[in-house]
Design a protein around this ligand. Structure first.
Ligand code: NAD
Length: 519
């Protein structure tokens, strides 16, 4: 008889993804765990620990202590660690990308691109000494100077989604650390391993133990972070219902919260657009990462009369895409879980049922990969209208819808009526139409002949309406403000030469009960 410990299929043989606490892997006390799949084979490859509230308490306590010392460390010391982290991440980027592909499923090149976008935020955070400079006003009143400074918050939590297991944490963590905070990252339980490579890299870079921590888990861990009195701020990225919940719960507990939610991004194509470029963009932005991007294009708004020409051009490009295992040089990988694949597939049936025209059916795909992988090929609908679930819902998969609009005004009204406002693009050769669109559209990030307008790290990333709860966007100067509190200091120093300083406004020149005014 095969002994359990010798059976390769036995669950107890699977590697365990642990937390990261006090500078090392840590198993905590919780007994719950989740399955981690390889989406390209459909097999469970690892178990991830799911933290209890008591585990979160232990990690936050360690972070609070480490954060006090880190917040007092000089800017030179903090910056040296950031530069070292940049080098370490750059050197081991392939390892991070391979961890992403093995658990998320996106193709390796795309995973490498994700790491690159994260690296750009690290480079931005290396400029912390400049970013954290305060102001100084000499002589605001006689003998009185004013200066401002920004100080860290303490412990901040980052709660991230499955679709960018490295880039989304890197939107926040380097900036928070550069600003002198300690971080507790709660990654998605679907693809938790990339976060541990990042933890090793921080340790390699010389970050003191306890400043960066990882707690794996689900709602229990998230709730423990949202309610913990030592957690000062929460950066969340995920679906809109959970973003709203995190914002409401975190702010109710007195925390600063930025909660980035879901999206339904429209790409408007005007009749004068370069249709070859528009078709390329629709396919790249619709099906990259199998549509599991918050900046993916999910709706092409074809302004009359372009649809009849554009739709066959998009379909022809889709026919050339190879769907399969992300390690085999394919164009598009599987979906993240079987459950998610089934949900996305159900939208294809619902679209047909509702009367949309199914131009390309991804359910027929022949993948270059294991038959049990979570496959769905690129799918295209034409003649979609609001009210169909394929239009109304965020599908988060490789399903692209074409909505036909009679005019620019109708296209703009459609985009603005949508509850989400993350990203949008307009394709046109008409500069004034593009300029008008960038001003009138109620969306946070806009591309002009650019399909996925993700801002560079030194700008800030964030949407409007149901795509963001809170006021502050991620990274850029808004990120620096989010992770710091401002102080303004008004100073008067005795001048030994003058005996009395600053005249008679209460600085030694006698008592004055009036409200202070400039002198
Ligand atoms: P999700 O909302 O299911 O999960 C996000 C995080 O919340 C995870 O860490 C998860 O463990 C946690 N979580 C899930 N359910 C919870 C609950 N009931 N209570 C507390 N915490 C909970 O999102 P996802 O499926 O991992 O990611 C995809 C979503 O993220 C999409 O909607 C996508 O648009 C969005 N997203 C948005 C942006 C953006 O910048 N706006 C970026 C990336 C992804």
């Amino acid at each position: 008889m095969v002994q359990p410990e010798e059976d390769p299929m036995d669950d107890r043989q699977l590697p365990i993804v642990e937390h990261w606490h006090a500078g090392a892997r840590w198993s905590g006390k919780a007994e719950r765990h989740g399955d981690v799949h390889d989406p390209a084979t459909g097999r469970v490859t690892k178990r991830v620990l799911l933290a209890s509230a008591a585990d979160v308490d232990d990690v936050v306590a360690g972070a609070a202590e480490a954060g006090r010392a880190w917040g007092a460390a000089s800017l030179t010391r903090r910056t040296a660690v950031l530069f070292a982290f940049r080098e370490a991440l750059s050197r081991r980027r392939r390892e991070v990308a391979e961890a992403i592909t093995a658990e998320h499923g996106k193709v390796l090149d795309d995973a490498l691109g994700e790491v690159q976008r994260g690296l750009e935020v690290v480079e931005f955070a290396c400029g912390a000494p400049h970013l954290l400079k305060g102001g100084f006003s000499d002589g605001v009143s006689t003998g009185v100077d004013v200066h401002s400074l920004r100080q860290p918050l303490g412990v901040v939590a980052v709660i991230s989604p499955f679709n960018f297991p490295a880039m989304v944490p890197l939107w926040f963590v380097p900036v928070a650390i550069a600003c002198g905070n300690a971080v507790v990252l709660k990654p998605s339980e679907k693809d938790p391993s990339a976060s541990l490579v990042l933890a090793e890299l921080w340790a390699e870079a010389g970050l003191p133990d306890g400043v960066f921590n990882v707690v794996h888990g689900d709602k229990e861990a998230v709730d423990a972070l949202l309610e913990h009195p030592e957690v000062a701020a929460v950066s969340f990225v995920g679906s809109t219902p959970i973003a709203r919940y995190v914002y409401e719960t975190g702010t109710r507990h007195g925390k600063r919260v930025q909660a980035l939610g879901g999206a339904k991004n429209h790409m408007v194509v005007l009749p004068d657009a370069d249709l070859e470029a528009a078709a390329d963009a629709a396919v790249s932005a619709g099906f990259g990462s199998a549509g599991e991007r918050c900046m993916a294009i999910s709706v092409v708004v074809a302004v009359d009369p372009v649809a009849d020409e554009l739709v066959p051009m998009v379909a022809a490009r889709m026919a050339g895409l190879r769907t399969g295992d992300g390690r085999r040089g394919c164009d598009m990988g599987p979906l993240v879980t079987g459950e998610h694949r089934d949900k996305v597939t159900s939208y294809v049936a619902a679209g047909v049922e509702a009367g949309a025209e199914l131009v390309v059916d991804g359910r027929d795909v022949a993948p270059d990969g294991d038959a049990d992988g979570f496959w769905l090929g690129p799918t295209l609908f034409d003649r979609v209208v609001p009210g169909m679930s394929v239009y109304d819902d965020e599908i988060f998969g490789p399903v692209l819808s074409v909505v036909r609009a009679a005019s620019y005004d109708e296209a703009l009204a459609l985009v603005n009526a949508n509850p989400w406002g993350n990203g949008t693009a307009i394709f046109t050769r008409d500069g004034s139409a593009a300029r008008r669109y960038t001003r009138d559209v109620e969306v946070g990030m806009i591309g002009v002949n650019v399909p996925i307008p993700v801002p560079m790290a030194y700008y800030s990333f964030g949407g409007w309406k149901s795509s963001l709860f809170g006021d502050t966007h991620a990274h850029g100067t808004e990120g620096v403000h989010f992770y710091t509190r401002g102080k303004v200091v008004t100073s008067r120093w005795p001048d030994p030469g003058a005996g009395v300083v600053g005249g008679d406004g209460g600085g030694g020149g006698g008592i004055d009960l009036h409200f202070p005014t400039q002198q």
